[in-house]
Design a binder for this molecule. Structure first.
Ligand code: PLP
Length: 396
């Protein structure tokens, strides 16, 4: 297939207009939406309105008049359809790390007598760090997922889509395995929501971030899903925003109904403005069409790159998220050379190059151009240039 063939695919793409929703510099092919999604144009106006009108003119009246108080719940209800959850089941709050602390602690308290948390040492480090912290604080034991599941396990925390390889677990099957030993299942959906269809309903709890595929902006708050069958779950960070009657200023804590009890403190209102603008775009997107496009983009990229490369992302569409990862001993300088040529991907130690294909705004021709440049950098060994040798700090 030629470059023109890829341009023809874009011309026929029913999702192509969604790209116009985003600020994307012409000079770059942004394959890092799995780390920080681009700026939705609507967010510029929305954040300005929140600042100028809601904060500037209405001042503290905005807690009611502008719906600030309810933002964690109302924003959660907008994320719910993206993960197969219902209204009142998702709360937007905190960072993913804090949300993990809350749900792991809550799950273990629902399984008294069981002292073991199963975690994946290969998971994104913060997940594992927080699990270790919960275990230290409350006297639990951490066991790796590679070991057999036994009936002393209270909770299992895993990522649905692996942040390094893009491999996707069978959510329903793994959840069944956890339930079969009486453990509760917690899913991390950071690389799932907005990337692949999710049916969270079998899970007991789930968490995810909103600044990757959902494009909520840097530092946008995370979301937390509570299965309604656990309406009695306990939030160990029992702050006033999770209280049943926060403005009664009662001396004792009484949790709110449902997922709202997982709120703790005052929400970062400006960030919710940007996130809600990003969610407007999701309302226009057909999730099945997006998944089909995502699979096409990742497959085309795998087909176009040098066949000698070691692709670690599964070829099986049922086991693949929305990124392609390639193992290469010189992955770091190769990624630096590509960034210099306008192809923005990233590197994960020790040797993985990651390329995210967000179907909302990545075009087929971007896939062609990125693969062509990657092949060229490898063939000409342009990555050997000493400019690409020194390490810089890279972010998630
Ligand atoms: C991105 C990501 C996080 C981010 O955690 P924060 O607390 O939002 O910084 C956590 N877990 C996984 C699996 C991720 O991919």
């Amino acid at each position: 297939m030629t470059r023109d063939d890829f341009m023809a695919l874009d011309a026929a793409d029913t999702l192509r207009e969604l790209r116009d929703e985003f600020v994307l510099p012409e000079s770059v092919i942004y394959l890092l939406g799995n780390s920080l999604g681009p700026l939705p144009r609507r967010a510029i106006e929305r954040v300005a309105r929140t600042v100028e009108t809601e904060w500037g003119l209405l001042l503290s009246e905005s807690w009611n008049a502008s719906g600030w108080w309810d933002l964690p719940a109302t924003t959660g209800d907008r994320i719910a359809p993206l993960i197969g959850a219902g209204p009142g089941e998702v709360l937007v709050c905190d960072s993913t790390s804090v949300a993990i602390f809350k749900v792991v602690s809550a799950a273990l308290r629902l399984r008294p007598g069981r002292r073991v948390i199963v975690s994946d040492a290969g998971n994104f480090p913060t997940d594992h760090y927080v699990v270790e912290g919960v275990a230290d604080a409350f006297g639990y034991e951490v066991r790796d997922v590679a070991e057999p599941l036994r009936d002393d396990v209270g909770a299992v925390l895993l990522s649905h889509v692996d942040y390094r390889t893009g491999a996707m677990r069978d959510m329903a099957a793994v959840t069944d395995q956890a339930h079969a030993v009486g453990a509760l299942m917690i899913w991390d959906l950071c690389h799932s929501a907005g990337a692949v269809p999710v049916d969270v309903t079998a899970a007991d709890f789930a968490v995810g971030c909103t600044y990757k595929y959902l494009n909520g902006g840097p530092g946008a708050p995370a979301y937390l899903y509570l299965n309604p069958r656990h309406e009695d779950a306990v939030n160990v960070i029992s702050g006033w925003h999770g209280h049943a009657a926060p403005f009664d200023f009662e001396p004792g804590y009484r949790p709110a109904e449902g997922v709202r009890r997982f709120a703790s403190g005052t929400p970062p209102v400006l960030s919710y403005g940007a996130l809600n603008a990003a969610l407007d775009v999701w309302e226009k997107a057909d999730l099945n069409a997006l998944r089909a496009k995502s699979l096409a983009l990742t497959e085309q990229f795998m087909d176009l790159v040098d066949p000698a490369l070691k692709i670690v992302t599964p070829r099986d569409p049922a086991a693949r998220g929305s990124q392609v990862s390639i193992r290469h001993p010189n992955g770091y300088p190769v990624v630096r050379a590509l960034v210099d040529r306008g192809v923005i991907g990233d590197f994960r130690a020790p040797d993985i190059m990651r390329f995210g294909f967000a179907p909302l705004y990545i075009r087929h021709v971007d896939v062609f151009d990125a693969a062509t440049l990657l092949n060229e950098v490898l063939e000409k060994e342009s990555w050997r240039d000493e400019r690409y040798a020194g390490r810089r700090l890279t972010v998630t």
